[in-house]
Design a protein around this ligand. Structure first.
Ligand SMILES: *Cc1c(COP(=O)(O)O)cnc(C)c1O
Length: 431
């Protein structure tokens, strides 16, 4: 921690926060513990930039962990929220706009024949699992090591994101009996998955996967992995659940499932579809979705589900994505950033592996390819921490953990990618 931090307003605010909020934060990774830093309190954001309470400015490569594909304060989204608020903030009764958002999602992600709106990715993944269990009358699920699907009990086993960041195997408070129903498997390992099915096939309700993993750092699926997974699910009568909370509307309007030509039974969305407000969704084949109450026996509900402000923000965000199609541009910026990093690291003789796909990327401080949690963990975490802190001082806001993806937003300018690479050169030099 630099000495100026001790006199900074952020430090005072953090002190105060810790009196009332455990660890001073409402989500653990924000505490920046893993990178040996203290959190800087944010005052506002605009476009690709963030401003902290001490008046410092940053280029934001976190984007609130995924939702902000346009950067901060996109005018059409802010306008939609403001307009919606004038009519009331919640009704607990259906509105026309909910159907509009569900239809927009379904049109862009055709495997989601029907959609239910909820308030967080955690809630959506938890509900999808319950639905799969209800549909199959089976109890077990398979998840991949290092994938994160929110913090519902069944899904915290061998999870990514903050769980792996804090080096804890799962969580206290998850009943053993429930954890035993979650079978884990290394990412990208079809043989291991087949073996799990051979052992427990008739008991497996579903396999849930991040089609492109973003919560152990960015890890891409190997050729044929997702197709093979889908085939195994079909063979053994398990549902294939695609968790596209990050990738949905990020890797394209149709998400990773369009990119990789897969057709999951159920899909989980969040982040981008809420336009920066708390909104998520799950959906899939009509035959499964109609098992939900009030039509069927799988219960799921929410006081603020389909909240009018969040729905308005979501519609505005998706409509803007459809009209602007920013993907070509942000993917190009992201590729420039990743390629630039590789070159800089090579020039400095620093062995790194940069994974990149679309607007997502991660620099791992290891020379070896990273294709699952074990290979991600080979990364030198001390180097990542030093990199994070050096970049922060240079005005670049990176994810405060090796095991997260960074996101290039449409708010970024071509010249700002140059600025980023200039900062990266200095930061790499200082390591
Ligand atoms: C963020 C995330 C979640 C959880 O969403 P929350 O809104 O934080 O509950 C689930 N799955 C994936 C892949 C995520 O990245």
């Amino acid at each position: 921690m630099s000495t100026d931090y001790l006199t900074a307003k952020s430090a005072v605010l953090f002190e105060e926060a810790q009196k009332y909020i455990p660890g001073g934060v409402n989500s653990p990774v924000r505490a920046c513990q893993a990178v040996g830093a203290s959190p800087r309190f944010v005052k506002k954001g605009q476009g690709a930039r963030l401003y902290d309470e001490d008046g410092r400015e940053y280029l934001d490569l976190v984007g609130s962990w995924g939702p902000l594909i346009f950067g901060h304060c996109p005018p059409s989204v802010i306008k939609a929220i403001t307009e919606a608020a004038k009519n009331g903030t919640t009704f607990g009764a259906p509105t026309e706009a909910e159907t509009r958002l569900a239809a927009l999602i379904s049109e862009n992600v055709p495997s989601m024949e029907m959609v239910r709106l909820v308030s967080s990715g955690t809630e959506a993944a938890m509900s999808a699992i319950r639905l799969a269990r209800g549909a199959t009358s089976r109890d077990k699920i398979v998840k991949f090591e290092g994938c994160y699907h929110g913090h519902a009990d069944s899904l915290l086993v061998a999870a990514g994101s903050g769980v792996v960041t804090q080096s804890i195997p799962g969580s206290l408070g998850v009943p053993k009996a429930l954890a035993e129903l979650t079978i884990t498997c290394p990412y990208n390992d079809l043989e291991a998955l087949e073996q799990r099915f051979k052992l427990a096939g008739p008991e497996i309700a579903a396999v849930i996967v991040e089609p492109v993993a973003g919560n152990m750092g960015l890890v891409l699926p190997k050729d044929g992995f997702l197709q093979g997974l889908a085939e195994l699910c079909q063979k053994y009568g398990a549902l294939f659940i695609c968790d596209e909370v990050i990738t949905g509307f990020r890797l394209g309007l149709g998400g990773a499932q369009e990119l990789y030509q897969i057709k999951p039974d159920l899909t989980v969305l969040g982040k981008i579809i809420g336009g920066g407000l708390p909104l998520a969704a799950f959906g899939g084949k009509k035959a499964y979705m109609e098992l939900l109450a009030p039509l069927g026996g799988v219960y799921q509900a929410g006081t603020l589900s389909g909240n009018p402000l969040a729905v308005a923000a979501g519609i505005a965000a998706i409509e803007r994505l459809q009209s602007e199609e920013p993907y070509g541009r942000i993917n190009h910026m992201s590729a420039r950033w990743a390629e630039g990093l590789r070159t800089l690291a090579k020039d400095k003789g620093l062995p790194v592996t940069v994974n990149q796909l679309g607007s997502m990327s991660t620099i791992f401080f290891t020379p070896d390819p990273v294709y699952d949690l074990a290979t991600a963990k080979k990364s030198d975490l001390k180097l990542y921490s030093a990199w994070f802190r050096a970049m922060l001082e240079l005005g670049v806001w990176l994810p405060p953990s090796q095991f997260e993806s960074l996101f290039i937003s449409a708010g970024i300018l071509f010249s700002e990618v140059d600025d980023l690479l200039e900062a990266a050169e200095k930061a790499l030099e200082s390591l």
